[in-house]
Design a protein around this ligand. Structure first.
Ligand code: UDP
Length: 241
């Protein structure tokens, strides 16, 4: 498993970050821990970490190949990835194609309604405040990102959405919504905006095209059971197992 002499940098809800072998690299270790409702619901889902590591590695690599830079370098083993160290922008970007979750409550919309246009939302990353929805002006005024960075983040999010919609549609899955995080990667004097964090059923809503079966973390959130089987099914359909 993990080497005992490794320096832990940070432990989050689903991952641990260790200092990487080279300067400005990090090892992302995927845990089996699951949390929902701002940490109020917690459990362990055996095998989740290794499945998310595989799914996320596969998708990040594809996105790198599209010419969208990500923090991902390579998958190291069952639970770990080597990634570039980035300065995380404290904003969660949610892209929605179909209404589900919080947007249904906020606007009293029925779950499953196709959105006529994909919606990009921003949430301030703060467990203490419960990740509040924020506007572009908050992000710029509070200096979480510059205007130019935010424009880049918005455009990249929509390109990533187009790409993921295609990938999931080809394996009979509807991409309902998902959350992204971006960071600044320093290269010389400059820095570029790159996709960071992970791309996995922990952060996506995925519904089977035919049956509508939920294949994502909602199985855990809503106590639907067989969460790990759903994650495994996504990995199998993507061909990464
Ligand atoms: N999401 C996430 N982390 C969060 C909040 C949301 O990964 O802290 C993902 C969630 O899995 C879903 C999408 O973002 O795919 C939209 O979530 P929503 O705003 O509907 O919130 P929820 O209903 O999950 O509270």
């Amino acid at each position: 498993m993990t080497q005992p002499n490794r320096k832990k940098i940070y432990e989050g809800k689903a991952k641990i970050l260790y200092k990487g072998p080279k300067q400005n690299t990090i090892i992302q270790y995927y845990k089996d821990d699951a949390t929902a409702f701002n940490n109020k619901k917690r459990s362990t889902i055996n095998g989740k970490g290794s499945l998310n590591n595989r799914i996320s590695s596969f998708l990040m690599e594809k996105i790198n190949n599209l010419g969208i830079t990500t923090h991902f370098i390579k998958r190291l083993n069952m639970r770990e990835q080597l990634v570039h160290s980035v300065d995380i922008i404290p904003v969660e970007i949610v892209v929605r194609n179909i209404a589900a979750g919080s947007i249904c409550k906020r606007f009293n919309i029925e779950e499953g309604k196709d959105l006529p246009k994909s919606i990009v939302e921003y949430y301030y990353k703060s467990d203490e405040l419960g990740d509040p929805l924020v506007l572009e002006d908050h992000i710029i005024a509070f200096e979480w990102a510059t205007n130019q960075e935010l424009e880049e983040i918005y455009n990249l999010s929509l390109r990533i959405n187009d790409f993921l919609l295609g990938i999931f549609s080809s394996i009979g899955i509807k991409l309902v919504d998902f959350k992204l995080e971006f960071g600044r990667l320093y290269s010389g004097e400059d820095n570029i905006i790159v996709l960071a964090d992970e791309l996995s059923p922990d952060n996506f809503r995925l519904w089977d095209n035919v049956t509508g079966k939920k294949l994502d973390k909602d199985r855990f959130r809503l106590n639907l059971g067989n969460t790990i089987d759903a994650y495994r099914e996504v990995a199998e359909r993507l061909g990464v197992l």
